[in-house]
Ligand binder design. Structure first.
Ligand code: PLP
Length: 384
């Protein structure tokens, strides 16, 4: 452990791994038993820390991990030599050889990729696993749906490429149910146009967290879901039906009070003096800023919790400091007092959705925005 890791914390994240495990189990229990669980853990497991999260999800029984790139896959390989891993991002030509080395499944969208992966499989002496991605309206990776049969035939004809899955991705599952239904129907039609397809031997998947709201029951072609946000206990949108699954937040974000002082009415606060005190005030200066992951866009909009009270952010959030109003707190606030940026304190809560809203952002982005200097503290680890 580095010497700095033993310092008292100024800004930190707490990750509740037991909640993560409970979430996976709850999500699974809400789905037909035949549905396999693809854990989406890209971007350092949405900022939660990939090694700890992947270890806990293995313990909880995730069937497959989905990551963005080979570096992330290598982190999982340090935990397990053979847990199935899918690369969701496009593979670059100079990365092809790592597919066999690390036993990774690649996403395939084009004839050129099939040729490349076939060559890589031949060179390695073992076939490269691929998940064929169908573009049903996302307009990103994947082969356009009506060109899928030709690519499928090319895969079937390639001795060193092995089809391990077929999938699509929804563009607006959190805001456009009709378009999602159209994408789902197009995908099902596309699967029907692939002769000899044996779903029992493949992962057939479409649903991300928001897609789960409209997942058909057992019996359709789908036999897997790809869950990212929801496993971390965050709903994909405020009115999500998934609230009934009762997942719990895994992530909470904390800092401390560095200084408390009194200032007279009329004083400008922080850079640009964008807030002028309306009354004689007591302010607290927190030991965290945008250099830690508080969005500057939340200046003069957000709030924090101190002793269970909401204290509004005054003026611009700085790189390492944030000013909040503690005038209405009756109690004295000592230097070093704990502050919650996201999470619960006493009976109060600031949700990640609210924290994201203040920044005109989304929970996915806010989780990825917590910076490297912020230590992650793991509750209930498995002894990594
Ligand atoms: C292809 C793909 N599948 C699944 C997911 C998981 O989405 P969510 O975090 O909304 O569950 C993502 C996330 O970005 C994705 O890009």
């Amino acid at each position: 452990m580095s010497a700095s890791a033993q310092l008292p914390p100024r800004c930190w994240v707490e990750i509740d791994l037991a909640a993560l495990e409970r979430n996976l189990k709850l999500i699974r229990a809400s789905l037909p038993a035949s549905i396999r669980y693809v854990a989406v853990v890209k971007a350092d497991a949405y900022g939660h820390g990939l090694p700890h999260v992947a270890a806990r999800l293995m313990h909880a029984g995730a069937d497959l991990f989905a990551v963005a790139n080979i570096a992330e896959a290598m982190t999982i390989r340090e935990l397990s030599a053979d847990w199935p891993i899918l690369l969701l991002g496009a593979t670059l030509p100079d990365e092809d050889r790592y597919l066999a080395d690390y036993d990774l499944a690649a996403t395939v969208s084009s004839a050129d990729e099939v040729r490349r992966f076939d060559a890589a499989g031949r060179a390695a002496g073992k076939p490269i696993a691929v998940h064929l991605k169908v573009d049903t309206g996302m307009g990103r990776l994947g082969v356009w749906h009506d060109r899928t049969p030709a690519l499928y035939e090319q895969i079937r004809a390639s001795a060193s490429v092995r089809l391990a899955g077929v999938f699509t991705h929804f563009a607006s599952a959190d805001e456009d149910a009709a378009f999602t239904a159209r994408q789902r129907a197009l995908f099902v039609d596309t699967l029907g146009a692939l002769p000899g397809l044996d779903p029992a031997r493949l992962f057939i998947h479409a649903d991300n967290s928001a897609g789960l709201e409209s997942t058909p029951g057992a019996g359709g072609p789908f036999n897997a879901v790809r869950v990212g946000l929801l496993q971390f206990g965050v709903l994909p949108h405020p009115h999500s039906l998934l609230a009934r699954v009762h997942t719990e937040p895994v992530f909470s974000f904390h800092t401390r009070v560095g200084l408390v002082k009194e200032l007279p009415a009329g004083t400008g606060i922080s850079y640009g003096r964008t807030h002028l005190l309306q009354r004689d005030s007591r302010i607290a200066i927190l030991t965290a800023g945008y250099g830690d992951g508080l969005a500057r866009a939340a200046s003069n909009r957000g709030a924090v919790l101190i002793r269970g009270h909401r204290c509004p952010i005054l003026g611009r959030i700085c790189m390492d400091q944030t000013v909040v109003d503690v005038t209405d707190l009756r109690e004295p606030i000592p230097c070093g007092e704990a502050v919650v940026l996201v999470g619960r304190q006493r009976d109060a809560e600031i949700s990640l959705a609210e924290f994201s809203h203040w920044a005109d952002s989304i929970p996915w982005e806010m989780l990825c925005s917590v910076t490297k200097r912020v230590p992650r503290h793991y509750k209930t680890p498995l002894g990594l």
